[in-house]
Design a protein around this ligand. Structure first.
Ligand code: ZN
Length: 65
């Protein structure tokens, strides 16, 4: 018998783009180094990840040799 399970959850993670700092350094070809608010987390240093999917469970039949 096949069993299906849907799952969906939200998880808070450290922003990988800025490593949780909330700002990113920009190195322009000309001019000084600039620090800008991270566009991914908008300066919060964290992101909310929404995970959705389903798991299918089926019987495992041992292969015959
Ligand atoms: Zn960020």
């Amino acid at each position: 018998m096949e069993k299906q399970k849907d799952f969906c959850y939200d998880t808070v993670e450290i922003c990988r783009n800025c490593q949780g700092r909330g700002t990113v350094e920009i190195n322009p070809v000309f001019g000084k180094k600039k620090t800008e608010i991270c566009p991914i987390c908008e300066g919060t240093g964290r992101v909310l990840k929404h995970v959705e999917g389903n798991i299918t469970v089926v019987p495992y039949v041992t292969p015959k040799i």
